[in-house]
Design a protein around this ligand. Sequence first.
Ligand code: CA
Ligand code: CA
Length: 491
Amino acid sequence: MKNWFLALFVLVWAWAIGESKPNVLFISIDDLNDYISPLDNHPGIKTPHFDRLSKRSVTFANAHCAAPACHPSRVAVMTGVHPVRSGIYRNMFRAHGPRWRHESKVLEKAVVLSQHFRDHGYWAAGGGKIFHTLQWTPGDSQNDPDAWDEYRGDPLDPISGDWPRPESTKVNQNEGFIGKRPLGNHYFGAAVIEEDDETHGDHLVVDWAIERMKEKRDNPLFLAVGLFRPHIPFEVSQKWFDLYPIEKVRLPEYLKNDLEDARPHGRMGWHKWVTENKQWKHLIRGYLASISYVDHQVGRLLDALDSSGLKENTIIVLWTDHGFHVGEKENWEKFALWDQTTRVPLFIHAPGVSEDGMKTRHPVTLTDLYPTLCDLTGLPVPDQCDGKSLVPQLKNPDKKKKSLSLTSFQFWGDSAPSHAVSNHRYRLIQYSDGFEELYDLKKDIHEFHNLSEDPNFLKIKSRLSLGIPKETAGLVGIPTSSPYNLKHKSK
Ligand SMILES: [Ca+2]
Ligand SMILES: [Ca+2]
C-alpha cells in the first residue's frame, strides 16, 4: 500500500513539473525544396541525414506552406494562423521585432508556439532563423524575443553576423556578365567560402543547440533550431561543392512554351540573366552543395540528440518554410503557387505514436503543425489555430485527411490574394483575376499541362475549389506607428 502511494505521488509530482511530457526538437530549414532523397530525389543529390530522419519519421510527402515566402510562412507556423485570416501574404522588411502583431489585428494577441509551450511547463529556447530575418539585413527580424526563455545571440538580429562572405563576391560583382545581377552584391550567386565550416552560421547555431541538449533541466525542452542554408547566397565551403562536379549537374525538366497556359510570375528577368550568362548549372551546383551542407547540420543535431539521453522522449519536427525553383517554369526562388514553390519537406517523429519510415500523400498545410504539437504533448489547442492535428496520420499514414492544403499569396500588382489547394493527386490554383490552373501531379509532376479548361476535369476542379475560402482577409499594410518598425535605414 505504502509503495503504491509512493508511486502515485511520484507520478503526480512528475506530471506537475511536466517531466512526463516529451521534449520537442523543432527544426526549421530555409528555402529547401523537394530535391532531397526521401522526396523527389534530384539526380545525384547527397542527403544521407534526411534519409536517416525519414527512416524514423512519418514523411509528409504532400505538405505545403501557408504562403510561399519566408515571413508569412513562418508567422503562420509559429502562430497557427493562416494568411487568409491574418492578411499576411508577403514578405515585409524593416522590422525590429514582431511587427506582424501590429500589421494584423488577428495576431495582436496571438500566442507564439514557443510561448504556449512555456505556459505549460516547458523551457523554450530558439536559435537561428525561426521568424523571418536575412543574412544581409542586420537588425531586421520579425522574431518575438518575449516568446522564449533563451534565444541564441541577439534575438532581433539572430543570423546576420554569423555568415562570412567569399572575398571574390566583394569586388567586380558584375564583371563579365550581361546585364545586372539580380539583387546585386552577389546575394543571388554561388561561391566557395574559404573559411572552415565551423565558422559559418548554421554550424554555430547547431553548436549552440547541441549544448542546450546536454544541459540538465527539470522542465521538458522545446528547442527550436532555424537553419538558413540552402537560402541564397549559395555559399558554403569547397567540400560541399566537390560532391557535385559541374559536368554531372542536371538541369530541371523543361518544356518549351510551358508558360503559355500558365500565369506568368513576373520573375522571368532572373532566369534570363541566368541563362544569358550561362550560370544555370553553376547556380544549381551551389544549391545542391548548400543542401548537402544543411543535411550535414541535420545529422549533427540527430547525433547530439541520440547521445544526449533524450532520444526516447523527444518529438522531432523538421519543416521548410516553402519550396524552391532553380529555373523550373523560368522561376528562381519562390513567390509563386505551383507545387514546386509551395511543397515542403516535412518529417515528424513522435516516440510511441508515429510509424517509423512511413510516408503519406494526404495533404498538409504547415498551419497543422501547431495543433499537432499540442496534441502530441497534451497541451490545449489555442482558439487562434486554423490547422488540424496530424496525429491521426502519424498513427496511421493511410488515414484519410478530409481538408485540402491551402497556400495563399498576393502577387505584386494584384489587389487581392491568389490561392492554391492540393488533394492527394490534383492541384488547383485560382488567381485573383479569375485565371485558373489545374494539374494532375500523378501524370504530370512538372505541372506542364494546365487542365483547367478540359471538360473532363470540371468535377475535380469544382471539388477542389471548395477548399478555397470565400472570404479572405485583405493584404495588411505597414503600420509606421508600430514600435517594432525599423526607423533607421538598414545597412
Ligand atoms: Ca524561406
Ligand atoms: Ca504549361
